[in-house]
Design a protein around this ligand. Structure first.
Ligand SMILES: Cc1cc2nc3c(=O)[nH]c(=O)nc-3n(C[C@H](O)[C@H](O)[C@H](O)COP(=O)(O)OP(=O)(O)OC[C@H]3O[C@@H](n4cnc5c(N)ncnc54)[C@H](O)[C@@H]3O)c2cc1C
Length: 452
């Protein structure tokens, strides 16, 4: 176990009881659960973001959390914990003000501050600026795996190192999903993911003399929120919302959904999606958003009947075919569009392209790919305690890997994760502690199911 002076700075070759990959809300909640059980001592969290730029809360256009202040890192497991949101409010002298506001869902900046406040108390366990590149099995003398080598890269120097542990938790979270056509390094400064939209928009609208043109790409509810946000802010910017689908789908029938469906009937069949895809509800937009969009698009159409001259345009059935930087540092998007019934490639030049194309969970698959030989079947699966199901007879019973990731891998996020976070962390912490007590012989799957 490393000495306290080396904790916070990862030392190659060190050995820990537990290495946790990532230091987001899931890892932080687990740190609390372990600390409350006096079991955090030999634990290190490797986080790829540099400490100064660490963002503990995903930013969104919508300013409030989708969940109640009670759905924090710990309350549902231990309401008396010193890490509850209420305890944070009390310690930072904000309890009375927050209570008087009558709000159930905290603002995102306040919740981010709560996460930072909690994180500060675990700083000595976190090594920022270190990206985990893989988890490799470590063979013991009798052929059984006795732990893991966690390979990491220092993101500022590119230097690689490795540390070992008996237990690994992968909490790498969600990654921005940006279509290939928009992800080339050369265009990236002019392409922002929806999670960076607020900062990118304010940067592009800074120069009041310009008439900036912004494209929003994608059909997610974040795309709709950004469209509404851009309409609501002062300026002379033009906005094109480009959707690959021939219509946007609402959770309920609204005038905008009907209008969008009407437009989709003017699109040739090869540009409209299959019925099965159309009925997918994952991307359905909330009623209030749909109504808001319909209202301002309707007002706009009364003033300017030629939709191609409107400042705010929704262009359905539009596929981006290429993307390049122009000599004056803007982005030229080439696309094929069915919306005008005038088929063929077209292009347009934008000051900013916002990719509201969702999130994915590919990072954990990349990190854990060296373990795929040790599981049955093609995919890594987890048990009820979130522990990876290894093939029977490959490892000692006091070692394991846990995977905490969003159950969905779709265009939309699970924005109610905090409702289960505290219970999930308690369950994982309990399983980690129980495993440490086991003798080091092989575990059978029967043993494991008996424990669950
Ligand atoms: C935009 C958005 C809004 C949300 N709003 C809500 C809400 O209001 N209410 C709610 O309940 N839930 C919400 N969620 C869902 C969920 O609560 C959050 O996604 C939450 O941040 C998940 O925490 P996490 O720790 O699992 O993942 P993350 O917050 O993504 O943290 C993962 C961490 O791992 C690090 N990492 C990744 N790969 C590596 C690597 N290879 N090596 C080292 N470090 C790595 C990342 O830098 C990151 O810090 C929202 C999600 C998003 C995306």
């Amino acid at each position: 176990m490393p000495s306290p002076s080396t904790i916070g700075v990862v030392t190659p070759g060190s050995t820990y009881d537990l290495v946790c990959i990532g230091f987001g809300a899931s890892a932080l909640s687990l740190a609390i659960a372990l600390k409350e059980r006096q079991s955090l001592a030999s634990t290190v969290f490797l986080e790829q973001q540099p400490q100064a730029r660490w963002k503990p809360c995903h930013s969104l256009i919508s300013p409030r959390m989708k969940t109640s202040f009670l759905s924090d890192l710990v309350t549902s497991e231990n309401p008396r914990s010193k890490f509850t949101f209420v305890s944070y409010l009390h310690s930072t002298n904000q309890l009375v003000t927050y209570t008087n506001s009558g709000r159930i869902a905290p603002s995102r900046p306040m919740f981010a501050d709560y996460l930072r406040w909690c994180a500060k108390q675990f700083e000595s366990h976190v090594c920022f600026g270190n990206r985990v590149v893989g988890v490799m099995p470590r063979n013991g003398n009798n052929g059984l795996l006795e732990g893991w080598n966690v390979l990491y890269e220092d993101i500022s120097t590119g230097q690689r190192g490795s540390i070992t542990s008996r237990q690994v938790v992968c909490a790498a979270g969600l990654q921005q999903k940006i279509p290939n056509v928009l992800s080339a390094q050369s265009i990236r400064p002019r392409v922002a993911h929806s999670s960076e939209a607020l900062e990118a928009i304010s940067e592009v609208l800074k120069d009041k003399r310009q008439t900036p043109k912004i494209a929003i790409v994608g059909e997610t509810s974040h795309a709709a929120e950004i469209f509404v946000h851009l309409h609501g802010i002062h300026g002379n910017h033009n906005v094109h919302w480009l959707t690959q689908r021939s219509e946007v789908k609402g959770k309920e029938e609204t005038p905008f959904a009907l209008e969008s469906l009407h437009q989709s009937h003017q699109v040739p069949p090869e540009f409209s999606r299959q019925g099965g895809e159309r009925s997918r509800s994952a991307n359905a937009l909330p009623r209030q958003l749909m109504t808001e969009i319909y209202d301002f698009m309707y007002d706009q159409s009364v003033k300017q009947p030629d939709s191609s001259k409107c400042r705010f345009q929704v262009r359905h059935s539009t596929s981006i075919t290429n993307c390049q930087v122009t000599p004056d540092n803007k982005v030229e998007l080439g696309f094929q569009s069915g919306a005008t019934l005038n088929l063929g490639s077209k292009s347009d030049i934008y000051d900013l392209v916002i990719s509201a194309t969702g999130y994915d969970t590919s990072e954990h698959r990349r990190i854990l790919s060296p373990l795929s030989q040790l599981v049955d079947g093609h995919n890594i699966t987890v048990a009820a305690d979130y522990q990876v199901n290894f093939r029977s007879g490959v490892k000692k019973s006091n070692t394991g890997v846990w995977l905490l990731h969003s159950p969905i891998d779709s265009d939309e996020i699970d924005d109610a994760l905090y409702q289960i976070l505290a219970q999930r962390s308690a369950r994982v912490a309990q399983a980690l502690i129980e495993q440490r007590k086991l003798p080091a012989e092989e575990t059978t799957s029967e043993d494991r199911s008996a424990r669950l």
